[in-house]
Design a binder for this molecule. Structure first.
Ligand code: ATR
Length: 282
């Protein structure tokens, strides 16, 4: 059989997903294509209609459609429903089923790099309260992380994330300034906003003056690979986790849903790093 996968988003033309999925197909010696449907907002419904007609086996959904896609699906799995966002759609018996692999992709990326760290013993700071933050926060809750604070510019938006909490997780809502002050308390800090993304790569959402040197500082931004935020973390002696790992592993989890197979995605990590580095301006 030959698979037909795709991506719908806007902008999406420069997505790394085709590269990643073509390498996954190669790894498993499967046939297939991964096509980018770059779709402006007024064409979203008609593109999806065409994708239905084409009987696409599965597709990814990226900005700005992760919430808008929900009303076009036949079913949404409970995890994605809770987060309110879908990044993966699979055609199952003629029905479009929605999933969200972002948060779990982050967890897998972290575990690959820091296998000896246990979420059940960590105090975590999550910076941001958007779609990506929600996925990561919920995934941390499901890993039984005892304490996950949220720092965000809008306190209201951060408060809304408390709906994703379990009774076992302690969460305080902080301003960005409060988070800076309390920074030394955290074992892990995860930056989930787009602040620091190229071309604004000099920007950093907050200062890491008080970061603990044993802490792991993570950024989900992967362009540039080493953001100003991670650079500061390194300079202060902390450990870091780059954003491209999450990108790779969320893609792997999508692929595994589409093909009911298990990948060795970690084998592609180094090659993916080289690919991204080759694209970065010197
Ligand atoms: P995504 O779905 O990609 O996570 P989003 O839902 O638009 O994107 O969320 C963006 C996140 O980045 C939010 O936490 C946002 O803060 P607010 O909730 O206060 O808007 C944060 N963000 C974006 N630009 C920011 C900036 N310049 N300074 C601080 N926070 C910023």
């Amino acid at each position: 059989m030959s698979y037909f996968f795709g991506l719908v988003g806007y902008p999406a033309a420069h997505s790394r997903s085709p590269w990643i999925h073509n390498h996954f197909l190669d790894q498993q010696q499967k046939q297939g294509i991964y096509r980018v449907f770059e779709t402006p907002p007024d064409e979203f419904a008609s593109t999806l209609k065409a994708m239905r007609t084409l009987q696409i086996d599965g597709f990814n959904v990226t900005v700005p459609y992760k919430e808008r896609i929900l009303s076009f699906l036949d079913e949404v799995d409970p995890y994605a429903k809770m987060i309110g966002a879908v990044n993966t759609v699979h055609l199952e018996n003629g029905k479009w089923i929605g999933y969200n692999t972002d948060g779990k992709g982050f967890i897998r990326s972290f575990k690959e790099s820091y296998p000896r760290h246990s979420f059940s013993e960590m105090k975590v700071l999550c910076i941001g309260a958007g779609g990506a933050a929600k996925g990561i926060y919920r995934a941390l809750v499901e890993e039984n992380t005892p304490s996950v604070d949220i720092a965000n510019r809008s306190q209201q938006r951060a408060q809304e994330m408390l709906d994703l909490k379990s009774s076992e997780t302690n969460t305080s809502i902080l301003t960005l300034e409060e988070a800076e002050e309390k920074m030394s308390e955290y074992d892990m800090i995860v930056q989930t906003t787009s602040v620091g993304m190229a071309p604004n790569d000099k920007e950093s959402i907050l200062s890491l003056t008080h970061v603990h040197p044993d802490a792991v500082v993570c950024d989900i931004v992967y362009r540039p690979m080493e953001t100003a935020f991670l650079k500061e973390a390194k300079e202060r002696g902390a450990h870091v986790l780059y954003g491209h790992g999450m990108l790779l592993y969320q893609a792997a989890l999508s692929y595994e849903i589409w093909t009911s197979s298990v990948l060795k995605a970690e084998l592609l990590l180094e090659k993916f790093e080289q690919q991204l580095k080759g694209e970065e301006p010197c």
